[in-house]
Design a protein around this ligand. Structure first.
Ligand code: GTP
Ligand code: MG
Length: 518
């Protein structure tokens, strides 16, 4: 290990602004990652993340002691030496904000003798009352993306909510990657603080493995949600392990003047520190060196990745992560809106859809008013989370969408009107003219006796035409109008249309001299 300069210390590389945006301090990050000691070397980044006020920075200072120690055996330090490095303190309010990196890399050797640069990073605790869901997700996801080993610091036990949050953050991180990776993240170590059940499961990695196997097991008949979280975690991380840490003692947690000295810390805690930390920094661990896309990267490459990931998170291209209540309430409202809209569409289609005849505009409007009222009522009555204020936005959207649909139905209905108006009257008027001419001709050649058939057809067409006009203009007895349209269609398709087409074709042939017109 190389001597650190006396000025080495924690450096804020990511700052969260009061309006919950983040700023990456590229200059400071560059100073660390382009440090002369790290130049050209592969890199390992060990970070700690987890809920706020759970002793993360405190733990990181022991990592620091280990990496700084010249004598590997007695790295833990003197009994009365205060614990310094990354800033930690007691109290209930959050302390660390943004992301903080140690200003100088540490040099370690891989089993093949190659030197690598090791960096430490502290992060803002999740779920304090000041941070937004975006902040939490961004910090955690970025930590997972840039670290080779991420220590997920949790309290008391490995619970379902820890797994759920982790998978949420990991999925958010996956979004920032530009290509699909089978295991986008490397090592994740659950560090369970204040483990109380030593009588059942021992401290350390062995006990941790037992707890982890139990929690990550996919059981037959397990609920799909729980199974999904577990299978995604396995896909996202190359290695997951767990360490059970004892309580550090009441002097650590309850005394204001506690400064981190070992003499105030319980023996068990110190013993476990000595087993945890050397194991975490084992250079023969296959996941210790940072890899991206299956390639071990150098510190200068990491700088570029850091910048790229931050740019993706800032671009606004990613879906904005939402709190569980907000996301569920949104899903409820969207579902209720979809049901109401579908109800409206189905009812309108039944009366004025594509295969329905034209109806009078007044009738269409009355139909719309009624179906619209019922559809809005349906939305109001649906059970939704998020309260009245939230549902108001979706109600507004629904109203706009229904109004737009109605305007489309109106246009469609009008277009049917023009169509019906041209074909049905043309057919009946043509029939009447034809019948009249035939009756006249028959009269002229003294066959007036069979005239009555054509005069009957003439008057039939006249009556049908009058009835049709009445139904279309008044909107009453629409079904009768429909039957008349149908009757006219039959006459048109089987009577006039073939004759017209034949006439037009032969006329064209005589003009163009028997060219192929089929
Ligand atoms: N119960 C408990 N408390 C601890 C442990 N280790 C440290 N602490 C105490 O927890 C308090 C918070 O320590 P920090 O290291 O500042 O906690 P943090 O997680 O970094 O907090 P934020 O920076 O606010 O997210 C201090 O008073 C520590 O003495 C532990 O293992 N168990
Ligand atoms: Mg902290």
């Amino acid at each position: 290990m190389h001597q650190q300069s006396p000025t080495a210390g924690p450096v804020q590389i990511v700052t969260i602004t009061p309006d919950h945006k983040f700023i990456l301090d590229e200059k400071k990050l560059k100073e660390i990652l382009y440090h002369r000691r790290a130049q050209g070397k592969k890199i390992s980044l060990v970070s700690i993340a987890g809920d706020f006020r759970k002793g993360k920075s405190f733990m990181l200072d022991f990592f620091l002691r280990y990496l700084r120690a010249k004598n590997q055996k007695e790295w833990i330090g003197k009994e009365s030496e205060p614990l310094k490095g990354f800033d930690w303190r007691g109290g209930a309010g959050r302390h660390t904000t943004g992301m903080i990196m140690w200003s100088e890399p540490f040099i370690m050797s891989l089993p093949n003798g190659e030197e690598i640069a090791v960096l430490l990073m502290d992060t803002q605790g999740t779920f304090d009352s000041n941070s937004t869901v975006f902040e939490n997700a961004f910090i955690f996801a970025l930590t997972l993306l840039v670290s080779s080993v991420t220590v997920y610091n949790i309290m008391h036990n490995l619970q379902e909510d820890n797994l759920q949050h982790l998978s949420f953050f990991a999925e958010y991180g996956v979004l920032a990657l530009d290509a699909y990776h089978t295991s986008p993240f490397q090592q994740l170590t659950f560090l369970v603080r204040d483990w109380q059940f030593e009588y059942e499961t021992p401290y350390g990695f062995h006990g941790g493995e037992e707890v982890l196997t139990n929690r990550l097991q996919i059981r037959p008949n397990q609920h799909h949600d729980l199974e999904l979280v577990r299978s995604r975690l396995r896909q996202c991380f190359r290695k997951v392990n767990c360490f059970l840490m004892p309580h550090p003692g009441l002097k650590v947690t309850n005394r204001r003047e506690f400064d981190g000295r070992l003499e105030d810390i319980e023996k068990d805690f110190k013993t476990q520190l000595q087993s945890l930390i050397p194991e975490l920094f084992r250079s023969d661990n296959a996941n210790f060196v940072k890899e991206i896309n299956g390639e071990q990267i150098t510190s200068t490459q990491l700088f570029e990745y850091f910048r790229t990931y931050c740019a993706v998170f800032a671009s606004g291209e990613l879906p904005s992560p939402k709190a569980m209540l907000e996301a569920t309430a949104e899903a409820n409202n969207l579902a209720a809106k979809a049901v109401s809209k579908e109800f409206y569409t189905r009812a309108m289609e039944q009366h004025c859809g594509g295969d329905r005849p034209y109806i009078h505009p007044n009738q269409l409007d009355a139909l719309h008013q009624e179906v619209y009222r019922q559809s809005i009522e349906k939305f109001r009555c649906a059970r939704k989370m998020g309260g009245e204020e939230m549902s108001q936005t979706y109600l507004q959207d629904l109203e706009n969408e229904l109004a737009e649909q109605y305007s489309n139905y109106k246009k469609h209905n009008d277009s049917k009107n023009v169509f019906a108006f041209s074909r049905t009257p043309t057919t009946f008027i043509s029939c009447m003219v034809l019948c009249y001419i035939i009756a006249g001709l028959l009269e002229a050649i003294w066959l007036g006796g069979i005239n009555f058939i054509f005069m009957f057809a003439f008057w039939l067409c006249f009556v049908l035409l009058s009835m049709w006009l009445y139904t279309k203009y008044s909107g009453d007895h629409a079904e009768i109008g429909e039957y008349i349209d149908y009757f006219a269609d039959v006459i048109w398709i089987h009577g006039f249309h073939p004759v017209y087409s034949r006439c037009i074709r032969s006329a064209m042939r005589s003009v163009l001299g028997h060219t192929k017109l089929e």
